[in-house]
Unconditional design. Structure first.
Length: 128
């Protein structure tokens, strides 16, 4: 038999694995030009795959820092970057910015709400 507290716990856990990807990308679509991690000479499309990698990394970090995940995320980015001309050295600053924003916005028990993030960064890139 399930109790209301059990259902609440399951719902809380499920909400922490969701993010409104469109909302996050919408934020970056306007904020990237002013953020020091981005070059003003690049268009948003060049950074979008890196931002998606950073958002996905936040959901999958299991208590690790971005730096601990950087090399593995670089491999993911290289496989999923699509038409972006950015190499990982430049793209990683955008991914880190997205990861840090997600961490500061959603880490302390705040549910990350909205549409489900795809199962993998490769799927996320396809959303763009």
């Amino acid at each position: 038999m399930l109790f209301a507290s059990d259902i609440d716990s399951v719902q809380d856990a499920a909400q922490q694995n969701f993010v409104d990807l469109d909302k996050e990308l919408g934020y970056w679509r306007y904020a990237y030009r002013e953020h020091p991690a981005f070059s003003p000479n690049r268009g948003f499309a060049e950074y979008e795959a890196a931002l998606k990698v950073g958002i996905h990394a936040f959901l999958d970090d299991h208590g690790r820092s971005f730096e601990e995940m950087r090399d593995a995320l670089g491999e993911t980015y290289r496989r999923t970057r699509g038409d972006s001309r950015l190499d990982w050295d430049e793209a990683s600053s955008a991914a880190a910015a997205a990861w840090h924003r997600m961490r500061s916005t959603h880490r302390d028990g705040d549910a990350v709400d909205g549409a489900a993030l795809p199962a993998s960064p490769a799927d996320a890139v396809m959303l763009g």
